[in-house]
Write a protein that binds this ligand. Structure first.
Ligand code: GLN
Length: 456
């Protein structure tokens, strides 16, 4: 990262980043700009550098924080009305780790409310525009973070990926985006969406920056018992020789320009001596249906805490406790949030549990096994991230199923807990960014990041 050469002051970097953020204001990237706080921190770092004190690996590096990470700087809203005005008393572990190394948060980024969505259009604050085509969606749910990096406002941004929310917007805006192995980075202090698939990760411009951030952010945290120990155990990092292409994705209609991007990366890999094999993964066809049962079930449970009493917004007309709950939740959630709460409660209800939730849980096991089998035949999978490039703003907002279908290639990884790295893969003839994803076995994150350098 640029600060490492010490040719610029932290204050200069932060001021430049804030200036760019203001310049791109009409992209609606930020829900909050940390003007005073960021400059104050930058000055502190510059003063420490001037005194010759040791500073961290991210000293003075401006970054953008997805608005579902708790921190005491500014309100944390997850782009939802129901959290308006909520200032967190605690800071997420991931944020603490970044800031301990000197990173400076210049703003919080826009997202689909509670991270439910694939376009950042379901935000209480309105949509974020795509970095390369203002008529198109930024992707989502971490749309603001992806665009902040793509427009070079910040060097990196945080994201969460429960079903594609890092990889898809990274792909739509032409940057790197990693969904790590489930459990790699502590989720303490991050607004929960679906606890069995939620992952924290990053957007960067380079694989090396991604690796540095992962080294800083990973690790066991007593506050998140799903976190893994010894993540960067070198014995896990295996040399990649054989690349698998998922045959079954031929049958789902993948856009021809995405197919071409995949073919040209395959050719590049072959020219460098990698073996490329076709892999059949028929169970992946159940992933989308299973995801849209399991995730709403967990969402319904995680969102039950927003009662109008403890956090943020409270409705005005509250003649009794029932009205307080009903009106606050009625006014505070977006339609997509409500849809998931309803679906979630339905699939968990006693008459339907076996038919939906239990069946989805069984399909999930098949998907986990499908990846295990695939990685006996290859070291890494190379796949599209989405069936189509970034779509037009408003194109799918009235058709939730059409929106869900865009997630078919990202959600299987979340169900299986395996890592996926979006890499930029050129542009369409109309100038829309394209991306592809590298998928590896659990804990192969570092190998994926290293290997991505071969495909540039
Ligand atoms: N688009 C997916 C969904 O709407 C993924 C969201 C996410 O990863 N947070 O559920």
């Amino acid at each position: 990262m640029k600060i490492a050469n010490r040719k610029v002051t932290a204050e200069r970097l932060v001021r430049d980043a804030l200036e760019k953020a203001r310049h791109f204001a009409d992209y609606n990237i930020f829900t909050f700009l940390n003007e005073e706080g960021a400059i104050k921190k930058a000055r502190e770092i510059d003063a420490r550098i001037a005194k010759g004190e040791k500073v961290g690996r991210l000293a003075g590096v401006p970054y953008a924080l997805k608005d579902n990470f708790l921190s005491t700087e500014g309100q944390t809203t997850a782009a939802a009305h129901i959290l308006e005005g909520f200032v967190s008393p605690v800071t997420a572990t991931a944020v603490e780790k970044l800031e301990r190394e000197g990173a400076i948060m210049i703003g919080r980024t826009n997202m689909d409310a509670f991270a439910h969505g694939s376009s950042t259009e379901s935000s209480y604050y309105g949509p974020t525009l795509n970095a390369h085509d203002r008529e198109r969606v930024a992707g989502g749910s971490s749309g603001g973070s992806a665009v902040a990096v793509a427009l070079d406002i910040v060097e990196f941004a945080t994201g969460t990926d429960t079903g594609g929310s890092i990889r898809q917007p990274a792909s739509f805006n032409g940057v790197y985006g990693l969904k790590p192995t489930y459990g790699t980075i502590s989720r303490y202090g991050v607004v929960a969406m679906a606890s069995s698939t939620d992952c924290i990760g990053f957007f960067t411009k380079t694989p090396d920056d991604m690796n540095l951030l992962m080294e800083i952010a990973n690790g066991q945290d007593p506050k998140d018992l799903t976190t893994l120990p010894d993540y960067y155990d070198e014995s896990e990092a295996k040399k990649i020789k054989k690349i698998g292409i998922i045959k079954d994705f031929d049958n789902t209609s993948v856009d021809s320009e995405i197919r071409n991007a995949l073919v040209s990366k395959v050719e590049l890999a072959r020219s460098k001596g990698y073996e490329v094999v076709e892999i059949e993964m028929p169970a992946l066809k159940y992933a989308l249906a299973a995801y849209y049962i399991i995730v709403p079930a967990e969402v319904a449970s995680n969102l039950s805490r927003y009662d109008g009493v403890r956090y943020g917004f409270r409705a005005k007309d509250t003649k009794d406790l029932d009205a307080l709950y009903k009106n606050t939740r009625g006014e505070g959630f977006m339609p997509e949030n409500k849809r998931r709460i309803m679906v979630g409660n339905f699939v968990l209800s006693s008459g339907f549990y076996d038919a939906y939730f239990l069946k989805a849980a069984k399909a999930r096991t098949l998907i986990v096994k499908e990846y295990e089998k695939a990685f006996e035949k290859c070291d890494v999978l190379l796949s599209p991230v989405t069936p189509n490039p970034a779509f037009k703003l408003g194109e799918k907002t009235n058709d939730p199923v059409a929106m869900y279908l865009e997630d078919a290639m990202t959600v299987p990884l979340n169900l299986a807990g395996v890592p996926g790295l979006t890499i930029p893969a050129g542009k369409t003839k109309d100038g829309v960014a394209l991306g592809l994803q590298l998928i590896g076995p659990r804990r192969s994150d570092k190998s994926l990041i290293e290997f991505s350098k071969e495909l540039v």
